[in-house]
Design a protein around this ligand. Structure first.
Ligand SMILES: [Zn+2]
Length: 315
């Protein structure tokens, strides 16, 4: 399902806001000196490691014969991802999963897959990469053949790798229109594909890339259904979230949706909705220094999404 594209640039708030953003935004490609970034590797148990930097954080699953990699980062970080993997395993990358159509999640595909890795992604991501697309007013050219996913899926798929079961689920129109939630069953780890905020901040749904508020709630409900009290949920940036943090985010989004929908039903304009401060009791918890998603920005996102987006079907 392709949603109508909304130009965030039409909203002055987002012009400023997005320039200040780090993760899954133009700044991820334009405002960062990648040569200065270091990758921090954290063992999450069960052979799964978090490779954290300042953007689309990666996960690896290390087996006796090879490595499975979730998200390859931007092209400029490819060598550093490779070096970080080499510190944990001397085996080749055999499988890559790209979670969604933001360049900090697939940018180093060609370099990291060239020794023969299978690249798995949702069909919509391959489609976008093959044709080229625009995200955050930034043109992403068609990807070379060696960067394209070689295996695609629609709603769900299960992989078996190094004794681990990896469940892939596509929540429609969530962070983008091409998201894959990656569930490592044994390790009890989920990669959220950008559907939760870093360090418990407001989550971002990229309306211009087919994301939506309603779809993000569906994605979070799906992850809650997969989780127990000890599950780690990996955002784009920052430490893994707890199930309690995911639940708090989901409950906030449900409340925010109801509040903003009420303002829309009352005929309020976007500016009037912002002035009503529907996020005010959430901001202390969900607005973090450096995160472009202030309460007002979140209200604009919610308003624009509810005004234009059709509710997605459950996955
Ligand atoms: Zn993203």
């Amino acid at each position: 399902m392709q949603l109508p594209s909304l130009s965030m640039a039409a909203s002055p708030v987002f012009v400023t806001a997005i320039l200040g953003a780090l993760s899954c935004s133009p700044a991820a490609a334009q405002g960062i000196d990648y040569s200065r970034l270091e990758i921090e590797t954290t063992a999450l148990g069960g052979g799964v490691y978090l490779l954290g930097w300042q953007g689309g954080d990666s996960l690896i699953l290390v087996g006796d014969d090879g490595v499975l990699l979730v998200d390859t980062s931007v092209a400029a970080m490819g060598d550093k991802i490779k070096a970080a993997i080499a510190k944990v395993s001397d085996k080749p990358i055999k499988m890559i999963i790209n979670t969604h159509a933001h360049a900090d999640h697939f940018g180093a595909n060609e370099a990291l897959a060239k020794d023969g890795a299978t690249i798995v992604a949702h069909a919509a991501l391959r489609d976008r990469m093959a044709k080229g697309f625009t995200a955050f007013n930034q043109a992403i050219p068609p990807a070379p053949a060696g960067a394209l996913p070689t295996v695609t899926f629609g709603d769900a798929m299960t992989l078996h790798f190094a004794g681990e079961t990896i469940q892939l689920f596509h929540p429609p129109n969530a962070h983008t229109d091409s998201d894959t939630l990656v569930h490592f069953v044994r390790a009890n780890v989920i990669h959220a594909s950008g559907t939760i905020g870093g360090d418990g901040g407001y989550p971002f749904f990229d309306i211009g890339s087919g994301g939506s508020l309603a779809g993000t709630i569906v994605a979070e409900d799906k992850m809650l259904a997969l989780s127990d009290a000890n599950t780690r949920i990996v955002p784009d940036e920052g430490d893994p979230a707890s199930t309690a943090m995911l639940k708090a985010t989901r409950d906030m989004l449900v409340a925010l949706r109801a509040r903003v929908q009420k303002l829309i039903d009352e005929g309020k304009s976007e500016d009037e909705a912002v002035a009503a401060k529907p996020t005010k009791d959430f901001d202390a918890q969900f607005v973090h220094p450096g995160n472009f998603l202030t309460g007002d920005a979140m209200t604009r996102l919610a308003y624009q999404s509810l005004k234009t987006a059709r509710p997605p079907a459950a996955p």
